[in-house]
Design a protein around this ligand. Structure first.
Ligand code: 5AD
Ligand code: SF4
Length: 482
């Protein structure tokens, strides 16, 4: 299952065919488009870039927009740092480990700088650390948080004009969203659409409100317009993205979140609509009702709970109790189609007792999630929880994480086994040629590996009925139905 916001996704997003390219040394930069430099006989120096993305689906999609923006500015994407003259890291700071990884990688830049390469640090670490990045890594040229990506063309022009240090940092003031017609989606069949950016929830442990700016929604008409254009160009699956999609407020006041889901699900050509992540506080019953009514809305809800203890939820400033969370779970479970439920959990938050943790284990038993993304609490800069003593030592956090994952594995073993014998529609995503299997995904977002009796594998992006014959805790096995 794909990781949610802040998950383990790390995508090297180099897409296009690699070709060698000239370097954009300080003297060869200037103007937009390919620049000829000062030597009239020389071939124009091509502007090439390499981008690497860390973190969540929001970051993955931001990178798609950044790639499109760069291409529009005359840059060409290449597949390795060696070939590129501009290297961009789109970073994640949700947990300390993710952030350390970025700083570790920044060390590599030093050796490339002398060769004329230039560097941009984008995303959450950029916004969080700001100009301190220039102190730590003076060879970085651009530091920009996601709320400033609209200014990327201008930042690139300044870079090409030879400016040393360029910042795009937000102070939670921006009302603008980053919408661009140049998005370079990496998959031709299913694509992301951002509907809401930023976060105003300020959970006690979380950096996102500080790194992604304040909560701001796109207009319903622009979201539906983008989905319609995607459908017209062959996309059959869209995934609506936001830190909290269901906190969506149409600035034009026309569509509620549930109505937006319905409008997109009813577009010609759209076969699947997903949305992530939902916040329990803002999860309303009409979301379940629209899933019931519009079949293209996938039967999956990712509803991060973080803890099974109301005491911990209060300390985490989550703004709901276990009772209200369970009420929402009951709505989802009463839907006409079985809806798969997944969640995020933090173990070892300051003050979490064995009793609190036991309540989280009880919650797993009660909800029977199809997937749990569980994390050890990691103290983050600027957050209120930083002032609380990090009272659970790392070994104990690891033990709790292990116990939780073991329990969840058994729950998933049963959940997945319950599908044996069913026939489900599977979207083809790729192949495992060694095993001779097709890899696909169900509407519930479960991975299905199946064999097809045809000599030729079915095309990615096609939908097939598959009979489930076997299962594992994280995937299903089946056979295409003729
Ligand atoms: N420590 C550990 N996990 C965290 N998350 C967010 N902040 C932290 C933190 N400081 C987790 C939450 C969230 C997911 C994306 O990352 O579970 O839902
Ligand atoms: Fe972070 Fe809470 Fe906002 Fe989610 S809702 S992004 S956990 S502050």
């Amino acid at each position: 299952m794909a990781p949610p916001c802040g998950g383990i996704l790390k995508a090297a997003m180099a897409l296009s065919g690699a070709q060698t390219a000239g370097e954009m040394g300080p003297s060869s930069r200037g103007g937009s488009g390919s620049s000829a430099g000062k030597n009239p006989g020389a071939r124009p120096v091509e502007k090439t870039f390499y981008i690497e993305t860390f973190g969540c689906q929001m970051n993955a999609h931001d990178s798609e927009k950044v790639i499109g923006t760069l291409e529009h500015q005359g840059y060409r994407q290449v597949q390795s740092e060696m070939e590129a003259n501009l290297i961009l890291y789109n970073t994640c700071s949700i947990r300390d480990k993710a952030e350390q990884k970025v700083f570790h990688r920044l060390n590599d830049f030093k050796k490339y700088y002398a060769a004329g390469k230039r560097f941009a640090v984008l995303g959450c670490v950029a916004q969080q650390e700001g100009e301190r990045i220039f102190e730590r890594a003076p060879y970085v040229s651009i530091v920009s948080g996601s709320a400033s990506y609209r200014k990327l063309p201008e930042m690139l022009r300044r870079l090409e004009a030879g400016e040393r240090h360029i910042t795009g940092l937000d102070d939670r003031q921006t009302e603008e969203t980053f919408e661009t017609e140049f998005t370079r989606r990496s998959n031709p069949h299913r694509g992301y659409i951002t509907i809401i950016e930023g976060c105003d929830k300020f959970c006690a442990y979380c950096v996102v409100p500080y790194t992604r700016g304040k909560e701001r929604s796109r207009t319903g008409s622009s979201v539906v317009g983008e989905a319609r254009r995607m459908a017209a160009s062959g996309y059959t699956e869209v995934q609506l993205l936001g830190q909290n999609v269901n906190s969506y407020r149409d600035p034009e006041g026309k569509l509620s979140f549930a109505e937006l889901l319905g409008a997109i699900g009813e577009l010609d050509g759209i076969r699947r609509v997903r949305f992530t992540t939902s916040h329990p506080r803002d999860f309303t019953r009409d979301i379940v009702e629209v899933i019931d009514r519009v079949e293209t809305l996938c039967d999956h809800v990712h509803l991060p709970v973080q803890s099974g203890s109301s005491r911990m939820l209060q300390a985490m400033q989550r703004e709901y109790t276990m009772e209200s969370y369970l009420e929402r779970i009951a709505w989802i479970k009463s839907a006409r189609r079985p809806i798969s439920i997944t969640t995020d959990i933090i173990v070892g938050f300051p003050g979490e007792t064995e009793t609190d943790f036991g309540q989280t284990l009880d919650l797993l038993q009660r909800v029977q999630y199809d997937a749990v993304f569980a994390f050890k609490y990691s103290p983050r800069p600027n957050t209120p929880a930083l002032a609380m003593p990090d009272s659970i030592d790392d070994e104990e956090k690891s033990r709790r994480l292990q116990r939780l994952l073991e329990k969840q594995r058994e729950i998933q073993r049963t959940n997945y086994a319950n599908h044996i014998g069913q026939v489900m529609e599977v979207a083809v995503e790729g192949f495992n040629t060694q095993r001779g299997q097709v890899i696909g995904r169900s509407s519930q977002n479960k991975t299905v590996n199946f064999s097809a009796r045809q000599a030729i594998f079915p095309a990615p992006g096609s939908y097939l009925p598959v009979q489930i014959t076997n299962s594992f805790p994280n995937s299903l096995v089946g056979e295409a139905v003729q």
